[in-house]
Design a protein around this ligand. Structure first.
Ligand code: AMP
Length: 581
């Protein structure tokens, strides 16, 4: 017998269980990790199966499997599984029972009490049905709390000041957005909106539609067997997840099906850009709900102090971009968005038990890392637009990549500058490294170069540039980027960069030709630095000329075209002379 109270997130797609133990939140792991798919089924031997195995049999045996039962809670509608009828409470109780067993196995004692979370919009009847599900599973439900409240507890525990928090929760099959007020440690949901038929599954559908269209249009395949369809759906979800951290994903399924008696292998590339186009209407719909909820709460975007991301689908880059555009702040997601609500339920449970609780700590990067590219700042063209790749507060270790494009035809090289900081102007940030990738394939401008950043928990940043078409790769490793130098200690970091640059230079020096190019390169660096310093004070026309010329110099430098470099340097030098006088 134990007095431990567990926290349960009983989700539409997935469920999780957590507990406050040894002064921290512990997420319970089952056989397949901490996420239990909210699926129940009967297998071919007549046994009840819960979680992953039930989810796996859904496509083949939908009549023997139940998913998304949360949508039916309190509705009075029963479900049929293998010819037998069950109430939604009974199905939910099986899921809760499995979570309880997971916890008992890991903790080594029985569990009798739980806090269970419910959506803020759940009616009393739906809440009552959830409580019953817990009781059928043999648990005393000591409290039910709203999901956005749980998420807020995870992030804001210990905060005494008054905060207005927007909790944006996009899971597999549901979407909720709530405005939460936190005052003197008390969390209250002010307004809530949502759509319980919108989520990551719809994103998967868009991708699987794209794949089946491709099979039909490019290969004339219209008859897709059930098992091939199941593989397509899985592959679509995998591609979607990959696109949250990289600009391209390849869907590769060998022996997917047979076409005219011959095995057909699927290989199809999807870019993040095309994927975003597919899901844009769905994301727009969620943003409309955000507007509604602010209106209901009598607030405007600038009243919100913090945005919290909950639910696995909030890893989608487009979702984060839209929220950032609307609120001009970076949403927080450092606590795993799949596990955040269960963690909050465990914190609430600990508070009920009288434990002293504190905020959940995760290893995150305190700085943003990125590179520079030609772009616009405040509508003005610049060669130094900062492109963040790993954002501040991202849990580490992490790997993220972005695509860039060559600027001129037959460009032979690209210089990758690595910065730490938050300023939109890269040169206002701290340059922590720089390297060149050379020997690019000849071709028109717009060749894709992928910049890949990997940051580990020891503060080691590895940056790679990869030419997508050929796989040509160059990378550098920068040590101790998290050592707390911040922007205060720029000199030290500059020295580190100079050391790095020194190494790069010495390794590329190859006799007189190299020395000659080096001289031009140094002159170019000097002039470009001077020109950049003038950007702030120059008039619009001069500024545009400066940007064009900086661009011309950098491009000539990158392509190794000495004549073009000389010409560009002369022009830039003239302009600087003219502006100085
Ligand atoms: P939840 O219901 O909160 O567990 O969220 C499940 C949904 O999150 C599913 O649709 C997943 O496919 C989706 N998901 C999980 N990881 C990612 C990711 N890295 N990028 C985009 N969606 C994800």
């Amino acid at each position: 017998m134990s007095d431990v109270i567990v926290g349960i997130d009983l989700g539409t797609t997935n469920s999780e269980i957590a507990v406050w133990k040894d002064n921290e939140v512990r997420i319970i792991e089952g056989e397949n990790g901490p996420i239990l798919p909210s699926c129940v089924g009967i297998d071919s031997d007549g046994n009840v199966i819960i979680g992953e195995p039930a989810r796996n049999q859904y496509i083949a045996y939908p009549e023997r499997t139940v998913r998304s039962v949360k949508r039916l809670m309190g509705s009075g509608t029963n479900v049929t599984m293998n010819g037998m009828e069950f109430t939604p409470q009974e199905i939910s109780a099986m899921i809760i029972g499995e979570l309880k067993r997971m916890a008992e196995r890991e903790l080594g004692h029985s569990i009798e009490k739980a806090v269970i979370t419910v959506p803020a919009f759940f009616s009393d009847v739906q809440r009552q049905a959830t409580r019953e599900a817990g009781e059928i599973a043999g648990l005393q439900v000591v409290k039910m709390i709203n999901e956005p409240t749980a998420a807020t507890l995870v992030y804001e525990i210990g905060t005494e000041e008054n905060r207005k928090v927007l909790v944006y929760d996009l899971g597999g099959g549901t979407f909720d957005v709530s405005v939460v007020n936190m005052e003197a440690g008390v969390v209250e949901v002010v307004a809530s909106h949502g759509n319980n038929a919108l989520g990551g599954d719809d994103f998967d559908q868009r991708i699987s539609g794209f794949i089946t269209d491709y099979l039909m249009e490019e290969h004339g395949i219209t008859d897709i067997p059930e098992n091939a369809m199941a593989r397509i759906m899985r592959a679509a979800e995998d591609a979607k997840k990959a696109l949250s951290s990289q600009p391209f994903a390849t869907v590769r399924e060998e022996y997917l099906l047979e076409k005219d008696g011959v095995p057909f292998h699927l290989e199809l590339e999807l870019s993040r850009e095309d994927y975003h186009r597919m899901i844009e209407p769905l994301v727009d719909e969620t943003m409309e709900a955000v507007h509604f909820v602010l209106k209901d709460a009598g607030m405007v975007a600038s009243d919100i102090d913090e945005i919290l991301l909950v639910g696995g689908s909030t890893r989608t880059v487009l979702v984060q971009q839209r929220l950032e555009d609307m609120f001009s702040m970076q949403p927080r997601s450092e606590v795993n968005p799949d596990l955040c609500v269960a963690a909050g339920a465990a914190i609430q449970a600990a508070m009920i038990s009288g434990d002293r609780v504190h905020a959940v700590l995760v290893d995150v990067t305190p700085y943003t890392f990125g590179t520079a590219a030609i772009g616009e700042i405040d509508g003005l063209p610049t060669p130094d637009m900062f492109v963040p790749i790993i954002r501040r507060n991202t849990p580490i270790p992490v790997t993220k990549s972005e695509v860039f494009f060559t600027a001129v035809p037959n460009q032979e090289a690209v210089e990758v500058r690595v910065y730490q900081g938050e300023n939109r102007n890269a040169i206002e940030n701290l340059e922590v490294g720089r390297f060149r990738i050379e020997g690019l394939r000849k071709g028109p401008e717009g060749q894709e170069i992928i910049a890949k950043f990997s940051l580990d928990a020891n503060g080691m940043l590895e940056v790679a540039a990869i030419e997508k078409a050929t796989g040509l790769e160059k990378h550098i490793t920068i040590e101790n980027v998290l050592s707390g130098s911040g922007n205060d200690n720029i000199t030290q970091a500059r020295e580190r960069m100079r050391d790095l640059l020194g190494q790069e230079e010495s390794s590329s020096q190859q006799g007189p030709q190299g020395a000659q190019t080096d001289h031009a390169a140094r002159k170019a660096e000097e002039l470009v630095e001077k020109a950049r310093a003038m950007l702030d004070t120059a008039g619009d026309d001069d500024r545009e000329d400066l940007v064009d010329m900086i661009d011309a110099v950098t491009t000539a430098l990158e392509s190794g075209d000495e004549a073009a470099l000389d010409a560009a340097l002369e022009e830039l030098s003239d302009l600087i002379f003219y502006l100085e006088s």
